[in-house]
Design a protein around this ligand. Structure first.
Ligand code: SF4
Length: 462
């Protein structure tokens, strides 16, 4: 066993904020998180730091002394949602002028000045590499006289990994574990390298320590996270080594990961996936477009042919592999004929899941210099076409599973029926099964008897 990292309960008293009263009660924090799993993981890291400093958490912004919003700007819609939330925060501030409002995440990083200039009720703006400073900034803000300009901390730090902090786990059998931060790929449509900085990998021993700690809290299913996990490198170890080391930890029942990049995914990784039963046969491999000219415009340095070759090798190494992807339609200059290449690729690969998006211009990106020349109605029509196609393919893929014997990991009671458990197959298909003395976290054998919508109804097998 590796030495466990310091747990919150054992924190030295010196780490407590001076805002904590003599009964040990610190200010109450309400946190809302937008965006991807990386943001969810970051929010758990922030919660851990604040809990260490004596802060408490609440479920309603009205009850909170501190309201924090962790924002995402990968798509325009996510940014609009986050900025819309800012407008609501103004009334919270009016209701209690002493309440501290903090904006974090990618929008905070990219639009820091604009946020402070146009939202004067915002007290703190913190970027993804500066969360360590948050407890100090909050202390400073609580004692600042009214009218003091908001505090800004958005330095990008190449060495920041939050490696010594155990993210606050919220219960359940699944946990996200960040293994690499930042991105060096600079896809022309993506703002992430500008908001989350350059790529850096966590030391493997600290990843394993965190997972051991999670296992001791009842976690069974580990999702390894990174903008591009395939470029993980630490002291000569690559992502395949990392994945295998995690799968071999006692108590870990399943390991999954996201996101992969077609340029970096290796045969070694696919071999490891296919050779270890704890590593789920599920691969999220964003293609973004099925047309080579558009891929080149997107700065995605692979071709449609190379991508399809990776898919066929992945299916060879990993029997029963489920596939998901990300696709953008309506990238600047995308012709109808080029869009049809994406449709054909989707038909050829037959993804189990696809996350499809209309192109939206993101500030600070290379693509933002291009004219966003595809009319909205065309983007919508292309998106609807892909969604319809994918729904048909997903239904057909699922129908092929009916009658199969498989294993599910029990995650909790089924949302609509307390007499059933809800769980997932190794390839991540949702299943409900009648309860029969099992516990959350058990791995049980089932037969997939029927499909209702996109959920399987199963029966227990012994
Ligand atoms: S690989 Fe491309 S899309 Fe993914 S985070 Fe990096 S720049 Fe963005």
């Amino acid at each position: 066993m590796h030495e466990l990292v310091t747990l919150q309960a054992n924190l030295p008293e010196a780490a407590r904020s001076p805002l904590v009263d003599s009964d040990g009660n610190g200010p109450r924090v309400y946190m809302r998180t937008y965006g991807c799993q990386m943001n969810v993981s970051d929010s758990q890291t922030i919660e851990s730091m604040l809990a260490d400093s004596g802060y408490r958490f609440c479920d309603s912004p009205e009850d909170a002394d501190v309201v924090l919003v962790n924002t995402c700007m990968i798509r325009e819609s996510a940014e609009v949602r986050a900025l819309g939330q800012l407008a609501n925060l103004s009334s919270l501030k009016k209701g209690n002028p002493g309440r501290v409002i903090g904006i974090m995440g990618c929008v905070a990083q990219a639009k820091r000045k604009e946020i402070l200039d146009s939202h004067p009720y915002v007290d703190i703006v913190v970027g993804p590499d500066s969360y360590r400073r948050l407890p100090l900034l909050l202390e400073e803000r609580f004692i600042s006289p009214p009218g003091t300009p908001g505090l800004l901390e958005t330095t990008l730090m190449r060495e920041e990994l939050y490696d010594d902090i155990v993210p606050r786990h919220h219960g359940g059998v699944t946990a996200f574990v960040t293994i690499i931060r930042g991105c060096d790929k600079f896809c022309s449509f993506c703002v992430v390298p500008r908001t989350r900085g350059r790529e850096r990998s966590r030391p493997l021993p600290s990843i394993l320590r965190e997972i051991e700690h999670l296992v001791s809290q009842g976690v069974r299913d580990i999702m390894l996270l990174g903008q591009n996990v395939d470029s993980y490198r630490w002291q000569g170890r690559d992502f395949a080594d990392c994945l295998l080391a995690v799968a071999e930890l006692p108590g870990v029942v399943r390991v999954r990961y996201m996101t992969s990049h077609p340029t970096d995914i290796s045969d070694k990784l696919l071999q490891v996936m296919g050779s270890h039963e704890k590593i789920c046969p599920y691969l999220h491999l964003p293609v973004q477009s099925g047309n080579n000219r558009i891929l080149s415009e997107m700065n995605r340095p692979y071709t449609r042919e190379r991508y399809l070759d990776i898919i066929s090798r992945a299916r060879r190494y990993v029997p029963g592999l489920a596939l998901s992807t990300d696709i953008i339609v309506g990238f600047p200059t995308e012709s109808e004929h080029e869009f049809e290449d994406t449709v054909r690729l989707m038909e050829e690969v037959r993804y189990d899941t696809a996350f499809t998006f209309k192109y939206s211009e993101r500030p600070l990106t290379k693509a933002a210099k291009l004219t966003d020349d595809i009319p909205e109605a065309v983007k919508v029509a292309r998106l609807e076409r892909l969604i319809d196609l994918q729904q048909r393919i997903a239904r057909e893929q699922n129908e092929k599973q009916v009658g199969k014997l498989t294993e599910i990991l029990i995650e909790g009671p089924a949302p609509k029926d307390d007499m059933m458990w809800s769980g997932r197959t190794p390839d991540f298909r949702p299943v409900v099964v009648p309860r029969n003395g099992e516990c959350i976290g058990d791995l049980i054998k089932v037969r997939l008897d029927a499909l209702v919508g996109f959920t399987f109804v199963a029966s227990r097998q012994h």
